[in-house]
Unconditional design. Sequence first.
Length: 348
Amino acid sequence: WKGSGDAIANGDFKELKESFGVNNFVGYEHKSFKSKVIALLDEDFKITQEIKTSGWVMLDNTPFYPQSGGQRGDEGTLNDTIRVTDTKKFLDINLSHIEGKVKVGESVEAIVDDVRMQTAKHHSATHLLHAALREILGSHIAQAGSLVEENRLRFDFSHPQALNNEELDMIEAWVNDKIDKSIPSITNVMDIQSAKDKGAMALFGEKYGDEVRVVEFSDSSIELCGGIHVENSSQIGQFIILKESGVSAGVRRIEAICGKEAINFSKNLRVQIEEIKSELKNQDPINGISKLKEQVKSLKQELENSLNSQKSELDIQEIDGVSVVIAEIDSGDIKTMIDDFKIDSIKP
C-alpha cells in the first residue's frame, strides 16, 4: 500500500472512531469469520462508501491480526476475491488494506492465509530465543527490538560483547531442546500485577493497560504478548541461527529461521556441499580445500623459481649507457620480469 506519512497524519481516524468505536478482534480463536464491512477508507485514509481498486476496510469482527510487537500484519482474502495485503492498527482500530471492489454494509467471509502460521512459528521461536539468552548469558539480557515475519526473525538485545560460536551453539541447542519437548503454549489474560508476580517479562518502555495477555511455554518462557503463537512448541520445527551482529553500543542482534524456512536452508546447504565435493573431486570438502591450498602454494613456488631461473640466464648488455636484454621468452612472463627488473634497478 502507498499511504504516506502526511496521509496518515491527516487521515479520518478520529471521525472513524467517533462514529464506529473500536472493532472486535476474533483472530485468536478464528482464522476465518463472517464479518460485515462497517467503514471504508481510501488510499489517503479518507472515509468513503465504496472502494473500486484499493483502500482500507474496517470489519465489525476481524480475524486479521494488525502489525504489532514486531509481528507483521495478517494477509488473506474477503470472499476469496478481494485480496487483503496488510493489516495495521490506527487509534486502536484494526484496518486491513485490500485490493478489489467492496461497499459499506456488505457481508464478507474474512479468511486469514497460511502466512500467519509461519509467522506464528517465528514469533514463538522468538520467545524461546529470548529465554535461552537469559538462561545462557544472564538475566541482564533485555529485548531491545524485534521483527517477526513468515520467513525469518530478528531479535535485538542488550549485551556488552559479541557472542562466540560456542555460545551461539548453546543458545540454538537450548531452543531446539524446548521445541523437541513439545511444550504446549498457555495464554491467559490477567491484571498487570499478577503477571509481574508470575514472572512475566515485559518490554522496557512499553505501555500496558490494567489487563494484559500472558503467553507461557511451561516454565521455559513467560512474556506479556498480544501476538499470535503456535499451540505447541513442536509446531515450530527446526530452529537455526543464521547470524549474530552488533547494532549499536551494548546492543547485539540475532537473525534466525525456523519451520519450513529452516528445512529449505538445510536442503540448500546440502546441495552446495555436494557441488563443492564434485568440483573438488573429494568427498571430504575440508580435506579437498586443504589439498587445493597446498597445490596453489606449490604452483606459486614453482612459478617463482622458474622466473628467477629465466632471469638469471639472461645476458644483460649495456649499449650506449642503456641496459639491453635480447632473449626469447614466453609472452605471458614479460610483464612480471619487467617489474622484477624495475625493482632490482632501484635497490641500493
